[in-house]
Design a binder for this molecule. Structure first.
Ligand SMILES: [Zn+2]
Length: 264
């Protein structure tokens, strides 16, 4: 079956990319992200392809030919930025709309990386052609270039090194929303509880415990788990923080997702 989406891990082989930090190289991190997204699309039964699945060199002509000939309608090209900045950037073609880039930026923002800009860029001598070859040479495929953050910004670099899976997942959510395909969050194992008690439904009596701080009663944990099941809360860090207040932006994201869900 022809893929709907093709995932492009930027750079590779002799080309490490420019977005390198002490913790990762751009070519390795974009491959991590791309392979993760490929697996997730398989789980969601969304036909997907990759431009590369290992550390190989791809010339730009070969890369764009793979995309053009893939039969896919969309291409997600993964990159890590550098050069003094902070946050995500999404670059799209002058021949497509900003709708998908906006959703990507929103979902990445929900994971804690602010958006720096969403933009198109044309060749200096030809305003009818895209500047970046992934936008210019991929034919009718709708290609977005995603820069997940700046490798030379310590906050971005730490976030990418630690949470790249959440960032990769954010793009899956954005894609499903944009392409109008059913999204389901990844299968997660129940949190490992010391006493093994809190994954047991029905044992909660609905009465808030006044006991020890880390011993979260079932009714609290079940409510939190429900948020994840529904895709309303996605950053796994929150799963074990029952008594930690969410920042306002995160509450806003949850309400917005709930609203979108009810509306559709
Ligand atoms: Zn790059």
């Amino acid at each position: 079956m022809a893929p709907i989406v093709i995932i492009d891990a930027g750079h590779g082989g002799v080309d490490p990319g420019g977005g390198n930090s002490a913790q990762f190289t751009e070519k390795a991190m974009t491959l991590n992200i791309s392979l993760y997204q490929y697996r997730r699309f398989q789980e969601l039964q969304i036909p997907a392809a990759l431009t590369r699945s290992s550390d190989v060199t791809l010339q730009s002509e070969d890369r764009t030919a793979v995309v053009r000939n893939s039969g896919a309608r969309y291409c997600i090209s993964n990159h890590i930025n550098s050069g003094g900045g902070r946050g995500t950037e999404v670059i799209y073609s002058i021949y497509s709309s900003a709708a998908f880039p906006r959703l990507i930026a929103e979902e990445l923002e929900a994971e804690g990386v602010p958006n720096r800009r969403i933009f198109t860029r044309t060749l200096p001598n030809n305003p009818k052609q895209d500047y970046y070859y992934m936008n210019r040479e991929t034919g009718s495929v709708e290609t977005v270039i995603i820069e997940y953050g700046f490798a030379d910004n310590p906050v971005d670099a730490d976030k990418i090194a630690k949470d790249w899976q959440s960032l990769a997942e954010a793009v899956i959510r954005a894609f499903c929303e944009y392409a109008n395909l059913t999204y389901r969050p990844p299968q997660t194992n129940p949190p490992a509880a010391g006493g093994g008690g809190n994954a047991n439904p029905g044992s909660g009596n609905g009465i808030p415990s006044t006991g020890g701080g880390s011993d979260v009663p079932d009714w609290k944990q079940e409510a939190i788990d429900w948020l994840f099941e529904q895709g309303l809360l996605t950053n796994e860090d929150w799963r074990n923080k029952a008594d930690t207040p969410l920042p306002l932006w995160a509450e806003a994201v949850i309400l917005k997702r709930l609203y979108e869900k009810l509306k559709s």
